[in-house]
Design a protein around this ligand. Sequence first.
Ligand code: NAI
Ligand code: SF4
Length: 437
Amino acid sequence: MPLTPVLTSRFAHERSWTIETYERTEGWTAWRTALGMTPDELVTLVKDSGLRGRGGAGFPTGMKWSFIPQPKPGETPTGPAAKPKYLVVNADEGEPGTCKDLPLMMADPHSLVEGVAIASYAIRCHYAVIYVRGEAVHAHRRLTAAVAEAYAAGHLGRDVHGSGFDLDVVVHAGAGAYICGEETALLDSLEGRRGQPRLKPPFPAVAGLYGAPTVVNNVETLASVPFVVRGGSAWFKEFGPEKSPGPKIYSVSGRVVHPGQYEAPMGTTMRELLEMAGGVRPGHELKFWTPGGSSTPYFTPEHLDVPLDFDSVAAAGSMLGTTALMVFDETDSIVEATLRFTEFYAHESCGKCTPCREGTYWLVQILERLVAGHGTARDLDLLTDTCDNILGRSFCALGDGATSCIASSLKYFRDDYVALLPPDEQGRLGRTLKLEP
Ligand code: NAI
Ligand code: SF4
C-alpha cells in the first residue's frame, strides 16, 4: 500500500499555502494534465479511482459528475443539458467534532482550487463557487488569496493555458448556519434566500443552483482529485478497501493525549488511530466514541477494530460520516454528552418540518429532566418514541442525525440513564407502558 501523508503532505512546508510552495511540490501540474484529456476521460478516471464523497454520505464522486446532463453531439440541447453547469464546493464544515476541511483550506488551499478547476472542466462548468462557513473568516481570506494567485498564474480565467476553456471561481462566505451545510439549503443561501433544504429529487445534478445542473462536492473530495489525476486511479485504489479507497483525514478529539488531524488510508481502525493520537489520557479508559461526528450512532470499545470505511462502519451499525472521532472516557456522562448534542440540533433545526422542529425541542426537555435527576421511568420510552417519530419522517438528514446519539446511547448504555432516575422511578421501570407508535 502507498504511504500517507498525501492530502496533508504539504502541511509542514514553509508558507505551504502559497502558490510558490504549491508549484514547487508538483502543484498545478494535474491541471495541465487534465486539460490534455477530454472531460469524459476525466470522469472515467475519477470513477475508476473509487473516490467517494468526503462530506459524509460517501456518494461516488465520478458517478455524481456523470449525472450532469450534457448536450449530445450533433443535437441542439434542450432541458437541463441546455443550461449552464455549476460546481459548488461545500466548505461549510459544521458537523460537531469535524475539523478536516478547515486545516486543508488553511494549509493547502491550492489543492482545493486545483481540484475545483479539474472538476469544472470534467463537468464542463465555467463558473464555480466555494461556499465557506461564515465563521471561518481566516479560511475565506486564505482561499480568496489562493484564487487570486491562481488567476495571476493563468490557471483560471479566459482560455486557460491556451485550451479554449474559461473558468471563473468565486469564494463566498455563508452566514454560519449548520443547515447551510445541507447541499440544497446551501444553494438557497447562495441564491440569497434563507437556507432551508429543498425537496430531493430533483437532485442538484439536474436542478441545482438557479435551477441549473450543479455538482456539490466537499473540500476534501476535491482536494483529492489532483492526486488522482497525478497518481492515477490504480495508485489511488491501493489506499484501503476496494469499495472505499483513498487517503483520508481523521479528526481525533476529546480524551486523547494528542488531539488533532491524522491522515491515514481509508479502513484504518480506531485502535490504530488512537495509537497515533497517543492513546486515551493516562489512567483512563475509553467509554464511547463517535465514528463520524455527532450525527452518527456511538461506538464503544468493542468497535475499536472496525475498519473505518463507509461499508464496514455501516455494517457495524453506524456511519463513517465526516470521520470526526470524538473520544469519551469513563469520567464522561453519556447522557450529558447526548443532551449537549441534542441541544445543538434543536438550536440548528431550520424549522421547516414538524418532526425535527418540535421533536428536537422535546428531546432536549426530556434529557434535561433526566440529567437534573427528575426523570421518570416513562421518559426512557418517551425518548425512544420521540426518536421513532423523527427518524424517517424528517425532511432532511438533520432530523435523522439528531436521533442517532439518543438511540445508540440507549442501546449501549441504558443503565446510565436508569442510574439517573430517582429510586422510586427505578422501581417502576418494568411496569412502564410501551407507547403506541
Ligand atoms: P445523500 O446521501 O442524500 O446525498 C449524498 C450526495 O449524493 C448528494 O450530493 C446528493 O445530491 C447526491 N445524490 C444522492 N443520490 C443521488 C441521485 N440519485 N442522483 C443524483 N445525485 C444523488 O446525503 P446528504 O443528505 O447530502 O448528506 C448527509 C451526510 O452529510 C451525512 O451522512 C452526514 O455525515 C454528513 N454531514 C456532514 C456535515 C459536515 O460538516 N461535513 C454536517 C452534517 C452532516
Ligand atoms: Fe429543517 Fe430539521 Fe426539517 Fe431538516 S429535518 S428540514 S433541519 S426542520
